[in-house]
Every structure is written in structure tokens, then in C-alpha cells.
Write a protein of this length. Structure first.
Length: 363
């Protein structure tokens, strides 16, 4: 009898532990970010946790480390934990379709974060900055600082697998093309761009051909190697005072290092985006010309507000839509701000985004 009672007690305890384990594994919001190797996404992780800490909802955040296969594994793991809403910034917008389709099949709300997931109907909402406006702001900065004609122009882009890279380039081309056509700028590093320089509006396939030549894949080392290769093959006459369209801060620093080390480059202007700490220091030091500040605090807040609305049975606020190749995805857009040496303190320190002690030489 004692043995039976002991066995029953063991079963009861085991069931209790199993129940507790299952309860602790339950997650309300699953978040998948592209990589831990870029400061932007590590900062996003912290901001997401902060944004959710005062809500009743639990969260788990996973990183895909630049792998679509790992991204799919992450989504599957979160589905197994019972998430109700998935926030995902895809490594590859097209490849991520399979992951979100698996989530939608389980009745999970899908929010595409910062980068649009393409070629699928399994996306409910998209939270983003105005990506075309980012490219336009970068290009406009180059235009505003160019006088005369014949300025060497070097073009660089993000990853061809990232829909945002196309939107950034589209925005930049909108502004740069008239100035290429009138001779203000002369393209030096892309035969595809030169072949299309008289076209004001490019198709996606045409942009793809250019991006295929000038892609950095959002990688510091690839950007540096590509810039060095371009400089090695360029004549001294194609250097001098140069203008550089760089897609983001990490690649901007890599490209700036390459151009700054070339004796035939007398000066350069280089664009960026994301206002990373290292690039803000580069701007203060005069090694990077500008960055497009996208206040990620707002983007994270918009994403969490959207998730909480969905979890509570409400309808999220939206401001527009983006076509992802299959459907028009309802979107919430956030404005962007151009930052250079003149306004870096006002926009990034006085606003509370960064602390003054994080930089040297700040005036």
C-alpha cells in the first residue's frame, strides 16, 4: 500500500512539474531579428524587452545570424511555445515567406518589422521607416554639397535579398539621376548604372542589375573589399573629390576607411543610415559625412503597440500600405531625420537617444 501511495504521489508531483514547465514555456510575443553581429539589432533587443516589461505579455527574442534556415528554425521554436503574435525582421524577404506561412497556419498574427517579407499572403502588418525617403535623403545630401560638374560618384547598395535595399536605392536614384544626366555626377563603379543613367525611373529588374554589381550584403568586410577593388581599378582622374552613396552606417565606415586611405582621393562625402554610435563618432571626427537617423525607439514602440492591439482583440493603427508581390500589406511608417556634424548633438544627444559621454570631441 505504501508503495502504491508513493507511486501516486510521484505521479502527482510529475504532473505538477510538467504543467508548470508547460506554463513557463508559453510565450505571447515571439520576435526574430536578423543578427547579433550588428549593433542596431542588439539595441533593438533591449528596446523590445523594455517596451514589453510593463505589459502582461511575455516575450522571447531570437536571432537568425544571417541564415534563412536558422530563421525558420527560430519561428518553428516560437510556434511550439504557443506565441500569438510574431514580429520578424527577415534576413531574406523572399525566403522568410515559408516561416511566416507556418506561423499563419497556426493562427498567429504576423508583423513584418523594418524589412518587408515578400511574395506571400501570410503577412498581416508592416512596421517600417519610409525607406524611399531614406534613399532620397542620402542622395539629396550629396546633391546639396556638390557644386560644378564632373564629380566622381561611387554607388553602393545593401543586400539584393532585402526589399529595403531596393527601396533605398529607388529613393536615391530619384534624386541622383537628374544630376547624373546633367553632368553634376559621373558614375565610376557600375557599368549597369552607367547603361541606365538616362532612365529617370527604373524597373525592379533594372535596379536588381545595378544592385547586383554594387551590393555590400550589409557586410562591413564585403563593403571594404569592394571599395578597395573599385579604387584599385580606378584611375587617379576618377578620384579627387568624390561622392559616395553608402547604404548604411556599417558599410559607410568600411567604405570611408578605404577611400580615406587612398592618396589620390583628396576629399570624400559618404552617406549612411541608422545613427550607430561608431558612425556618430565618425561624423564628429569628420570621417563620415551624414547618417539618416531612424529613431528605433519609435519603430519598436509602434511594433509593440501593434502587437498589444492584436493580443487584446483590437485593430492596429496604420498609415499606408506596401505591396509585397502578393498583397498590399497595411503599414505604419515612421519619419526619418538627416544628421550631420551641424546637428548631431541636438538630434542624438539633446534628444536623449545617446549620452554625451559616449563620444569624444562633441561640441
Amino acid at each position: 500500500m505504501k508503495k502504491v501511495l508513493a507511486l501516486l504521489m510521484f505521479v502527482v508531483v510529475l504532473m505538477g512539474l510538467t504543467a508548470c514547465s508547460g506554463q513557463s514555456a508559453q510565450v505571447d510575443v515571439g520576435i526574430v531579428l536578423p543578427t547579433k553581429d550588428e549593433p542596431r539589432w542588439v539595441q533593438d533587443e533591449t528596446r523590445f524587452r523594455e517596451a514589453l516589461k510593463d505589459t502582461e505579455y511575455s516575450v522571447e527574442i531570437l536571432f537568425s545570424q544571417g541564415s534563412s534556415a536558422k530563421e525558420k528554425e527560430n519561428v518553428d521554436a516560437l510556434i511550439a511555445k504557443g506565441i500569438k503574435t510574431l514580429i520578424i525582421c527577415p534576413h531574406d524577404g523572399g525566403a522568410a515567406a515559408a516561416a511566416v506561412e507556418a506561423a499563419k497556419a497556426e493562427g498567429i498574427n504576423v508583423i513584418s518589422y523594418d524589412r518587408l517579407i515578400t511574395d506571400t499572403e501570410a503577412v498581416d502588418y508592416y512596421v517600417t521607416f519610409d525607406s524611399i525617403a531614406v534613399g532620397e535623403a542620402q542622395a539629396q545630401y550629396l546633391v546639396d554639397n556638390a557644386t560644378g560638374t564632373g564629380h566622381p560618384l561611387y554607388l553602393y547598395a545593401g543586400a539584393a535579398s532585402d526589399n529595403n535595399a531596393f527601396l533605398f536605392f529607388e529613393g536615391a536614384w530619384n534624386v541622383l539621376q537628374p544630376k547624373i544626366a546633367d553632368g553634376t555626377f559621373v558614375i565610376k563603379n557600375s557599368t549597369e548604372a552607367i547603361a541606365l543613367q538616362d532612365k529617370a525611373t527604373l524597373t525592379r529588374d533594372e535596379m536588381g542589375k545595378i544592385i547586383g554589381q554594387i551590393t555590400t550584403n550589409w557586410d562591413f568586410n564585403e563593403a571594404k573589399n569592394k571599395a578597395e577593388a573599385h579604387l584599385t581599378s580606378a584611375a587617379d582622374a576618377d578620384k579627387g573629390d568624390v561622392f559616395i552613396l553608402a547604404p548604411n552606417d556599417g558599410t559607410a565606415r568600411a567604405i570611408a576607411d578605404a577611400f580615406g586611405s587612398d592618396a589620390a582621393v583628396t576629399s570624400y562625402l559618404v552617406t549612411g543610415q541608422d545613427a550607430e554610435i561608431a558612425s556618430v563618432q565618425y561624423i564628429i571626427d569628420g570621417k563620415q559625412s551624414m547618417t539618416v537617423f531612424k529613431d528605433v525607439r519609435t519603430l519598436v514602440k509602434d511594433s509593440i503597440d501593434m502587437a498589444v492591439a492584436l493580443l487584446s482583440g483590437g485593430t492596429p493603427d496604420t498609415t499606408g500600405s506596401y505591396n509585397n508581390g502578393k498583397i498590399d500589406v497595411k503599414a505604419k511608417q515612421t519619419e526619418v531625420i538627416v544628421v550631420d556634424k551641424e546637428n548631431v548633438k541636438a538630434e542624438l544627444v539633446d534628444s536623449g537617444y545617446y549620452k554625451a559621454e559616449e563620444f569624444t570631441g562633441l561640441e
